[in-house]
Write a new protein. Sequence first.
Length: 124
Amino acid sequence: MEIYKRGQGNRARALSSICAGLVVAYGVSEALGTFQAPSSYVFATFIVVLVGGAGVYFPFMHKKTVDFLIDTQAEMKKVAWAPWGEVRGSTGVVITSVVLMAVFLYVVDYALGLLTQLAGIVPM
């Protein structure tokens, strides 16, 4: 078997293979943790071979998948990434906003709970 478009989209191919390997590892650990019968080992081995083979075949030899991965990597090179300082500042604003909103909702929920108890709608 010849690797389709060798040398192009190497990062995208490697990342998709790693992700497929992680999915296989997680699936096998779940399968072996769920089933205690010896037949589960045969089933897990079959799944490893099947998904592992797909994890190698699709990123390296399937023409449509390889073209998609190559195009994706080329488009990611065109993206204008924000500077680190801007990302850090924006992340701080988002985290602060989420915390403030959570505190606000907790206070409103607590106050409404007290009001419904005082009004006799909800038993104390």
